[in-house]
Design a protein. Structure first.
Lengths: 163, 92, 111
């Protein structure tokens, strides 16, 4: 996984500045140094977190497109709902807090789920503790988006542990 | 069409600035300033296309990251009263 | 550049601008900090997403589109992190949270 991070960093550097400047020697050296430095920072981060991070298996890339589509649909629907709330002549909100189980197996999946909820307008994750999220929702409809567990299933599916 | 998009972004930036100026709590202000920052990123990107110089996108990328780090730093400062140490109780 | 593509870009840019302004208006119409974060997340997802998508159509298959994708990815990574950090800091700081019912009293929601 550390190697994967290194490759990803190198790929991002190549995409951002590589193809234009490979003729000189100075810029590639700068690139190598900066990639090595950021990788070093990542290793320090791993150590500070007390052990390596756990990511999805490589096969998750295959399931990424389907997840992105589900993500875009959910976020678009939530956006329309919150837009309607903002533009309604009299704003009526019924904010509430809910505990939502995050059934993902690894912490990366739980974090992805929490960020998914936060990114969806109308719901925001306050806390993640003991495999449970504390979610603040604007009203009943926003709450229902989370409580019906469909977002949880989306993340489970890309994690590869659905059903 | 780029101008229409930029006009909308600028209006949003003014709304965010107003919230940053009047926002009753410090968190309102940080939220508004962060929103101002993301709108700046969009403004740079659209302006790059308007002037036919999409290289400005590099600036947009850097600005995204600076905005993220800056907001977290300000948030941390608002909470802990310093940027260096880890293990202090938050100041009330 | 074909006309249809230009029209699609214009529509996406205007739609993105609309959601940006809606978020900005929400920043003023909502009465409490925690509600305003939702308005901000509208501009971060719908506003930024649609606008960058519109620009991607102009970029075509090129480095420009890749960079736009990177901007979008960074925005989508950073905005929930910031939103969560803000709300958690405000909550930990004791900023009042107006809610209609407590999670502890709510049996079915906890399960």
């Amino acid at each position: 996984m550390r190697l994967g991070v290194l490759l990803l960093l190198a790929a991002v550097w190549l995409a951002l500045s590589g193809p234009y400047t490979l003729d000189g020697w100075l810029i590639p050296v700068f690139g190598l140094v900066s990639v090595a430095f950021v990788w070093r920072l990542y290793l320090a981060l791993e150590r500070a977190a007390g052990g390596g991070f756990e990511f999805f298996r490589a096969s998750a890339w295959l399931r990424l497109p389907r997840f992105l589509v589900a993500f875009a649909v959910k976020v678009a629907a939530a956006n329309l709902h919150v837009t309607k709330l903002i533009l309604s002549p009299k704003i009526e909100l019924h904010p509430r807090l809910r505990r939502v189980p995050a059934s993902q197996k690894i912490s990366f999946g739980q974090v992805l789920y929490a960020n998914f909820i936060t990114l969806t307008p109308g719901t925001i994750t306050l806390d993640l503790r003991d495999d449970e999220l504390l979610v603040y929702a604007l009203d009943a409809e926003s709450e229902a988006d989370v409580m019906d567990g469909s977002m949880d299933r989306d993340v489970l599916r890309i994690e590869g542990s659905a059903d | 069409m780029y101008l229409a998009g930029m006009a909308a972004i600028v209006v949003t930036m003014f709304l965010a600035l107003a919230r940053a100026a009047i926002g009753p709590t410090v968190f309102d202000r940080i939220l508004a300033v962060n929103m101002f920052g993301t709108k700046t990123v969009l403004l740079i990107a659209v302006a790059g296309f308007l002037t036919g110089r999409p290289e400005w996108l590099d600036l947009a990328i850097v600005y995204t990251l600076v905005n993220f780090t800056g907001t977290l730093a300000v948030l941390r400062f608002a909470r802990f009263g310093n940027l260096a140490r880890d293990d202090r109780k938050p100041d009330r | 550049m074909s006309g249809a593509l230009d029209i699609a870009t214009a529509v996406l840019l205007v739609a993105g601008g609309f959601f940006c302004i809606v978020g900005g208006v929400g920043l003023h119409r909502f009465s409490e900090f925690y509600q305003r974060t939702h308005a901000a997340s509208v501009t971060d997802t719908a506003g930024a997403g649609l606008m960058l998508l519109g620009l991607m159509l102009q970029g075509g298959l090129s480095m420009v589109t890749l960079k736009l994708l990177l901007v979008l990815a960074f925005l989508l990574f950073s905005s929930p992190a910031i939103a969560h950090a803000l709300v958690k800091a405000a909550h930990g700081h004791g900023l009042e949270l107006e809610i209609e019912d407590e999670p502890g009293r709510d049996g079915d929601a906890a399960g």
